[in-house]
Design a protein. Structure first.
Length: 516
């Protein structure tokens, strides 16, 4: 028996002891910056002939870790290990697999400050964002552990005269797990642990911007007693080995979270059977967003403004769920913009390890360049009213940036920017606001701030996104309460952290014996 799932509480950093613990963990992590990390295949540390460096975006020249890089040879080794391990792991009782996740959750809980420290150093999360990320990873382990036990107890069939029908959820095989860098512990842990607890074995290729954080999970699973070969860790460049991994004939499924472009490529390549392949590969792909908050004249404007700012600029806007479009009703357009600008002006920005900074850097130079190029586009498509330039410091710092008077259909209204840039649009009616909100190819998250009892139910029905929130920010989905996944080009709507998720990693086998 396990107790019911509850979300992991956040450490309160206003308490001196918690602050001290996090400071010490940051220092301890920084003392390990010169470490070399091997690949982890079949329970062994493996070195390849090439390395890559993970950098700290808060201090451009600071190396966070050096990683041996997987090529085809290592991918093949990992595939062989995973295929061999599958022949044992697939038969392990669901409950026993669940226990490994529950133990891993316990270990991660003890190591929270350490995992937070890597999030802060490697991808520029502020303390609170790091704490939220690690807590979410713990939630995934706890939730999917319990979910596996629940699935193993589902009856799934109706009685039939003179027969004994049974339905069993069995694993798929070897899967390739490819997470993004922006939630490098939460999403990586969620995707990996779901694949493992359902009885599959895994090749985990972390994002090249965040291999050190992924390595923490490898260590945690090792300590939790996960058998060799079930989880194989193969950092490497997605553009170099991604296609090879996806097209491998023995790969049974791909669980991907990242950009639309890469997700669509994986979907296309996976659809074509490779020589020797005897199944249709399953693709779980969660992709980008162009997420919107609508505010009308009846809303609690103070609360709405605070949450628009948090949704747009929290973690520098680098969340798939980040608010990148704000649609305002005519009557409040100018006044509400003033409120948002006033609050955004107060945001502090600088090195992520300093807890006084609300905003840290964007993740790397390519991101910085992409965001700055969108700021140029914004100058042509709207009116810049805040930011629009880099901030001080030897990191990839971009000031919170706001454009008003963006028109529906403009690139700033349609394309994912993935940085601290907010486009504001005007709508004459609430219906028009919903039409604009629904007018992109994406459909991930959205929020409506309103107190109008007639409009709220209309929004609930017509705002076409996977995660819709009323009078709440559009970021910060909680495991269990807010199963997460998007519509349209935002992905396959896999609803991570929800009751449907584990089914994606299994197939149902019906067995019925005649009673004669
Ligand atoms: P990305 O560039 O698509 O990369 C995601 C992962 O794919 C990385 O591990 C990357 O490896 C790998 N990859 C790159 N090319 C590949 C290929 N040809 N084959 C196989 N794998 C390949 O995305 P990102 O920049 O990491 O993350 C940001 C994006 O993720 C945004 O679009 C955001 O909206 C989306 N996202 C969506 C969700 C959601 O739940 N819907 C959640 C978080 C983020 P390398 O790092 O080595 O290139
Ligand atoms: Mg980095």
């Amino acid at each position: 028996m396990v107790h019911e799932f509850v979300n992991e509480p956040y450490s309160d950093f206003s308490l001196p002891e918690n602050r001290k613990k996090q400071e010490e963990a940051l220092k301890k992590a920084s003392e390990q910056f010169d470490k070399e990390y091997p690949l982890f295949i079949n329970g062994n540390d493996v070195k390849s002939d090439r390395t890559m460096k993970s950098m700290n975006p808060s201090h451009k020249d600071q190396v966070v870790g050096t990683f041996y890089k997987a090529g085809k040879r290592e991918a093949d080794m990992a595939m062989k290990a995973a295929l061999d391990a599958f022949e044992e792991w697939r038969w392990v009782e669901p409950k026993e697999r669940a226990i490994v996740l529950l133990k891993a959750a316990q270990i991660m809980r003890k190591r929270k400050a350490e995992v937070n420290a890597w999030l802060i150093h490697e991808v520029g999360k502020n303390w609170l964002e790091a704490e939220a990320g690690t807590s979410e990873a713990i939630d995934f382990l706890e939730f999917y552990g319990r979910e596996m036990i629940r699935y193993s107890e589902i009856k799934g069939v109706y009685p039939f005269p003179m027969e004994y029908p049974e339905l069993h959820y069995i694993p798929l095989g070897v899967g390739v797990v490819i997470p993004p860098w922006n939630f490098p512990v939460a999403i990586l842990t969620g995707m990996t642990s779901a694949a493992i607890v359902t009885g599959n074995t895994v090749l985990l290729k972390p994002a090249s911007d965040a291999p050190t954080i992924g390595y923490q999970l490898v260590e945690i699973f090792k300590e939790a007693g996960l058998p060799d070969g079930v989880l194989n860790y193969i950092p490497g460049s997605g553009s170099e080995i991604g296609d090879y991994l996806v097209q491998h004939p023995r790969n049974r499924f791909i669980s991907f979270t990242g950009s639309k472009e890469v997700g669509l490529r994986i979907n296309e390549l996976a659809a074509k059977p490779s020589p020797g392949q005897i199944w249709i590969k399953r693709v779980i792909a969660e992709m980008g967003g162009k997420d919107t908050i609508i505010v009308d004249e009846t809303a609690d404007l103070e609360d709405a403004a605070k949450n628009v700012v948090g949704s747009a600029f929290g973690y520098q806007g680098q969340k798939c769920s980040a608010c990148s479009r704000l649609i305002l009703l005519d009557e409040i357009y100018d006044d509400f913009i003033d409120m948002v600008v006033e609050k955004s002006k107060k945001l502090t920005i600088g090195a992520a390890e300093n807890p006084d900074h609300y905003m840290g850097p964007v993740v790397n130079q390519a991101s910085e360049e992409k965001i700055l190029s969108y700021i140029d586009i914004g100058q042509k498509e709207g009116k810049l009213i805040l930011g629009g330039e880099k901030a001080e410091g030897n990191g990839y710092y971009i000031k919170p940036t706001i454009f008003r008077d963006i028109q529906p259909g403009a690139r700033m209204d349609q394309e994912e920017i993935f940085g601290p840039v907010l486009s504001i649009l005007k709508a004459k009616t609430f219906e028009e606001a919903l039409d604009i909100a629904n007018s992109t190819e994406f459909g991930l998250t959205g929020s409506v701030y309103s107190r109008d009892r007639y409009r709220i139910p209309v929004a609930k029905k017509k705002f076409h996104v996977g995660n819709l929130y009323i009078n709440r920010k559009c970021t910060g989905a909680m495991v269990g309460a807010h199963p997460f996944g998007g519509f349209n080009m935002s992905g396959t709507d896999s609803k991570a952290g929800g009751e449907d998720y584990l089914a994606l990693f299994m197939q149902a086998k019906l067995v019925s014996e005649k009673l004669i």
